[in-house]
Design a protein around this ligand. Structure first.
Ligand SMILES: NC(=O)c1ccc[n+]([C@@H]2O[C@H](COP(=O)([O-])OP(=O)(O)OC[C@H]3O[C@@H](n4cnc5c(N)ncnc54)[C@H](OP(=O)(O)O)[C@@H]3O)[C@@H](O)[C@H]2O)c1
Length: 388
């Protein structure tokens, strides 16, 4: 190769080298562009990701709440469409929540409905409203404070004097809140939820026997399984917590329900306990502190409306063929298992006599031997058939 050949070769190599360099530059620019794009994309993802996650979490929560509400709402299916024309029903605590919803439903089923409340004006307004809504003119308001034993006695005297009949007694009113004492100096949850109803039932028993077959419905709560009864500390001086006091009162009501069955079944007065389930009512209005606020918001969003919650109470008031379920507890219109602690007869007798003492009367309702009660029931069966 001559001098010229070398020069040409050298020039070609240089051109190739420049071309490669240009190509490499191009590639590098592309990579840089790509990297920039990726950076931009990362920025966008960084900005959008929390919003995306937030949306997904909120949507999932809404879906869960919706499904739970659907489940709770439709879990109560009242199979009885019975109307109870001419039957008299007395409901304690009829001014709000489940008592009010039960009164409305029973008024629609043609019952004669008597509701009680502590504030005359409020309970009368509720009764008027139910009369207007249902067209049933036999809905009336009565004044009753279950935290006052004298008031209960006077109420029952008036009732027995003025009312011809009583077919269904619904012990529904309740208190849940900070520690406080009633006019009689008793712990409020125990006094209102249990003892007041014990005394009222005792004073109305003769009327219910005369109207047999009749029914006592004790509105309890599954919280009863957490309740403890220390007869040496009924005032809860050893320690008080809102839920514990409420659970104890419901436990006492459950024992009372079974004791009523043992003592009154033979007279064709049947006793049913009802757990209505978690309902959006005013029950938590006195629950103190932050916990109270959280529970109230939670109950507004998650719990079933009282119109659903009252269905099992209504079922026990109107359904046929419930005689054999006397003494038992219902939820969602079906019998559920009773906790064994409720069944101890000695505790039942002790609670009954302690309660009678607190109310100031002799334990005059006989503690009937169960066998005798069962035999008497055979005689009573004909009576029952009238209703079934
Ligand atoms: N809500 C639930 O999730 C739930 C769950 C299980 C069981 N329960 C049971 O359901 C029943 C009804 O409760 P609710 O949820 O409907 O509660 P609510 O809306 O608070 O109704 C309670 C009723 O009790 C009355 N009351 C309170 N203190 C009284 C007193 N000293 N004397 C007479 N009446 C009194 C209130 O009437 P005034 O204040 O107008 O007098 C009110 O009408 C209760 O036995 C409760 O234990 C409720």
């Amino acid at each position: 190769m001559g001098h010229q050949g070398h020069a040409a070769h050298h020039a070609k190599v240089k051109v190739d080298h420049h071309a490669k360099l240009a190509e490499a530059m191009k590639q590098r620019l592309k990579v840089e562009e790509l990297e920039e794009n990726i950076d931009e994309l990362e920025d966008v993802v960084e900005d959008v990701f929390p919003i995306l996650m937030f949306t997904v979490i909120i949507s999932t929560l809404i879906l869960i709440v919706f499904l739970i509400r659907m489940y709770i709402k439709y879990s109560v299916n009242n199979p009885s469409k019975n109307k109870i024309d001419g039957k008299t029903v007395l409901i304690t605590g009829g001014t709000s929540g489940l008592g009010k919803a039960t009164a409305l439903e029973l008024a629609k089923r043609n019952a004669r409905v008597l509701i009680t409340g502590r504030e005359k004006v409020i309970v009368e307004a509720v009764a008027r409203n139910i009369r207007k809504k249902t067209g049933n003119q036999h809905v009336n308001a009565l004044h009753l404070d279950l935290g006052n034993l004298r008031n209960i006695r006077e109420f029952a005297e008036d009732f027995n004097r003025n009312e011809k009949s009583l077919h269904v007694l619904i012990n529904n009113a309740a208190y849940m809140g900070p520690k406080s004492a009633t006019d009689d100096g008793l712990e409020r949850a125990f006094a209102v939820n249990y003892l007041g109803h014990f005394y009222l039932t005792h004073l109305l028993t003769e009327k219910m026997k005369k109207n047999a077959p009749s029914r006592i419905i004790n509105v309890v709560s599954d919280a009863y399984v957490k309740g403890n009864l220390d007869f040496d500390d009924l005032a809860l001086n050893k320690g008080y917590d809102v839920f514990g006091a409420y659970a104890r009162s419901k436990y006492a009501q459950m024992i009372f329900n079974l004791e009523c069955h043992r003592r009154l079944f033979a007279h064709c007065v049947w006793s049913f306990a009802v757990h209505p389930g978690a309902c959006n009512t005013e029950l938590l209005r006195n629950y103190p502190g932050l916990m109270g606020n959280v529970l109230r918001v939670f109950s507004r969003v998650m719990f079933k409306p009282p119109e659903d919650g009252c269905q099992t109470i209504v079922y026990c008031a109107v359904a046929d063929k419930l005689r054999d379920a006397s003494g038992k507890i219902f939820a969602n219109c079906k019998v559920i298992k009773t906790n064994d602690r409720v069944k101890d007869r000695n505790v039942g007798i002790q609670l009954w006599s302690t309660s009678a003492q607190l109310c100031g009367f002799e334990c005059d309702v006989p503690c009937e031997d169960e066998e005798v009660a069962v035999n008497k029931t055979e005689e009573a069966t004909t009576e029952d058939k009238k209703e079934q």
